[in-house]
Structures are given as C-alpha cells and as structure tokens.
Write a protein that binds this ligand. Structure first.
Ligand code: PLP
Length: 383
C-alpha cells in the first residue's frame, strides 16, 4: 500500500500534472520513466488483451496516459493510439462493424473525409454527410443500419461549431452512439463527456503533445466502449510506442498553459485580422461575427488557437502573403508551440473550401511579434 497521502486532484491544471501518475513514484523518479520493453513477465493473465506487450497498449507508459486522459475529460477510460487516424479508424471500425452506416458532419478534417469515402466502401461501411447546423434535417438521412453520428468540436478548416448538444440528443433518441473529434478544442476548452458524448477522439499530434515531434491519437469514453476499441486497435496494431508515450506525457503537462496562451493570442489576431483592409473574411468562433459564436460561448471555455481567413485579393494575394511572413512556418499540421500556417487545395468533395483560404495555427510566441509579422505581410500582399 502507498505510504503517500493521496493527492487532492480536482482542477484541470492539477490533473495534467498529477492525475494517473504512479504512487509511490517509480524509483523516486519525478518524471515517468520510459519502459522500453516490448514484453513483460507473465503475471497470471487469463485474457489475450491483458498480456503485457507494447502492441496491446498496456505498458506502464500507456496506462499512465490512459488514466490522465480520462481524468482530463471527466470520462471513465481512455486509450492512446499510434496517430489520430489510428484512433479515429479503430473507433469507427469498432462502432460500425458488420456493415454499419455513419452520419457525419459535412466539413470534417480531409484525412477523416478520405477514410469515409475511400476506405469505408471497401469494408462494407457507408456514410452520409449532414449539415451540423441543421439538426432538423438529420432524421431523413437515418437508415436502419445507422450506428453513430460523427462531428468535430471545431471543424477544420472553416472553424464551424456544429450543434453538439443536438448531436448527443439525436444519438440518444435514435439508439446511436455520439462521437466527436475534440482535437481543435482540446480538453482545456471542451470536455465532450460532460454534455453526453459517448466517444471523444483526438489527434494527440496537435495540442495534447503540442511540440510537433510525434504523431499520436487518443480515444476517450466509457470503460466498456474504450475496451472494445482497444481490442480493435490491438488487432490492427496501431499502438503508440513507449518513447512516443513519454513525449506525449511530457507535452501534456503544459497543455493548459499553452492552450490558454493560444486562445488569447488567436482571439487578438482574429480581431486584428478582421479589421484589416486586406482581409475579406475571418473564421474564428471567438469572433462575434462568427455564425456559431453564441453556441461556442455556451459550450467552450476558450475558442482554440486555430483560425482561417481569406484575403480580399484572393488566391494571388494569399500566395504573396505566405511568401512574405517570417514567423509562421508553412507546414501541414497545427497545435504546436510554433505558429504555423497552410493553404491547401481542397480534397475531392470539399470544394466549398475557398482556394485562397489560409489556416493559421497560433503558437506560443509573443502575440505582438506574430501580429507585427502578419501585418507587414498583409500590407506587402496588397500593395
Ligand atoms: N483530426 C483532426 C481534426 C486533424 O486535424 C487531424 C490531422 O490534421 C487528424 C484528426 C489526424 O491526426 P493524425 O495526423 O495524428 O493522424
């Protein structure tokens, strides 16, 4: 039995540092050591999934993360995966097994969209896209084999906030599971289990890790559901290795300070952009002008670090702007401590994304430096 008094863990910031940590500390180590062992001695396990083996996602580095993630979102259980897409595919292949049909928000992350339209049909699964803002239209898309509804907390890259409570209620009323990709909000701004979501998914590559040095994923929800997703993941083999677990763990300890800084800086930059003559449109749920602003205020504790915008000069101006900035790094990810940006051609089926749209992931730099840089580039792009 531990001789340490149990820590009082209530606040999010305390959970990030202490929830799930071993008591007593292993060998006195304040930072969780890396258990670089593919397998562990038999200890009387009776089930395959309980054997201690890295692919079965149950080394000490996994279990600490599982407990911390579950505590963060006030859920029963969690599971880490080898990438965000490993988490999403393992969850959906579990929930839709046997020819299931999914209702999915119509503007989701491109990789998820491709999974739905390219891979699902090859495995006998199907999807219909729904307008996340129009719950009244969802019923007509229901089929006898519909198993779940899928939304993103803040959609990528247009920053829409679907009617998330309606998604939970619709699922409950129709015997479906409600699933949300909570990557953009992070547990600091939104904890889906608190409004009734069955599963919350993350690309841990983004905010959870925050340092742009690993890919990782997470699945958070009820113990029963997470356990069945874990079995799928164990079979498909998409586990997170212990060194990546260690980095994710280390990154998560500063999640709150990073995300609050990013919330604050992104809101300032969104406001400044909105007032700039070179800018035609800014998409950020923290802006009063955003179509889902009131809903975002009700649901979230902050609006996140990502925004997107279009320049009045369209695609050519966007190219000039991106050539001119010096602080944001042009790269295809987000949620790191460094500000990054991208302008990407829409995936097939995402033609509603304007070609000149720039997505900016605001980092942890001094916001005045970032804005100073953006402002010079905006002037240059339009002169
Ligand atoms: N979900 C969202 C919202 C994302 O933006 C991404 C990646 O950009 C993913 C999931 C996929 O995550 P990963 O690249 O870690 O597989």
């Amino acid at each position: 039995m531990s001789c340490m008094a149990r820590r009082l863990i209530k606040g999010l910031d305390t959970k990030l540092i202490h929830a799930g940590e071993p008591e007593p500390l292993i060998g006195g180590a304040v930072a969780m050591p890396i258990f670089q062992s593919s397998t562990f001695e038999y200890a009387g396990q009776t089930s395959y999934h309980d054997l201690r083996y890295i692919r079965l996602n149950n080394t000490p580095n996994h279990t600490v993360l599982h407990a911390k993630l579950a505590a963060l979102e006030n859920a029963e259980a969690a599971l880490v995966a080898g990438s965000g897409m490993a988490a999403i595919s393992a969850a959906l292949f579990t929930v839709l097994a046997g020819g299931g049909h999914l209702l999915a928000q119509d503007c989701v992350y491109g990789g998820t969209h491709d999974l739905f339209v390219e891979e699902f049909p090859r495995y006998g699964l199907s999807v219909d896209f729904i307008d996340g803002d129009e719950p009244g239209t969802w019923r007509e898309a229901l089929r006898p084999n519909t198993k779940a509804i899928y939304v993103e907390a803040i959609s990528n890259p247009l920053m829409q906030v679907s009617d998330l409570q309606a998604a939970v209620d619709f699922a409950a009323a129709n015997g479906l599971l409600s699933i949300i990709d909570n990557t953009f909000a992070s547990p600091i701004n939104f904890r889906p289990a608190e409004i009734g979501f069955d599963l919350s998914l993350h690309s841990g590559t983004k905010y959870l890790n925050g340092h742009t040095d690993i890919v990782a994923g997470a699945v958070i929800g009820s113990a029963e559901l997470v356990e069945s997703v874990k079995h799928t993941l164990n079979h498909f083999g998409g586990s997170l290795d212990p060194h990546a677990c260690f980095l994710l763990h280390r990154g998560m300890k500063t999640l709150a300070v990073r995300v609050r800084h990013q919330n604050e800086s992104a809101l300032k930059i969104a406001r400044w952009l909105e007032q700039h003559r070179a800018v035609a449109r800014v998409n950020y749920p923290g802006l009063e002008s955003h179509i889902n602003h009131l809903r975002a205020c009700e649901l979230f504790d902050g609006f996140g670090g990502v925004l997107s915008f279009e320049l009045a000069g369209g695609l050519d101006a966007a190219r000039r702007f991106m050539d001119r900035v010096t602080i944001p790094i042009s790269a295809p990810s987000l949620g790191g401590v460094e500000t990054s940006m991208e302008r990407r051609n829409a995936h097939p089926g995402q033609e509603h994304i304007p070609p000149g749209l720039i997505r900016l992931s605001v980092g942890c730099e001094s916001v005045d430096d970032t804005w100073g840089d953006l402002a010079v580039a905006l002037d240059a792009a339009t002169s």
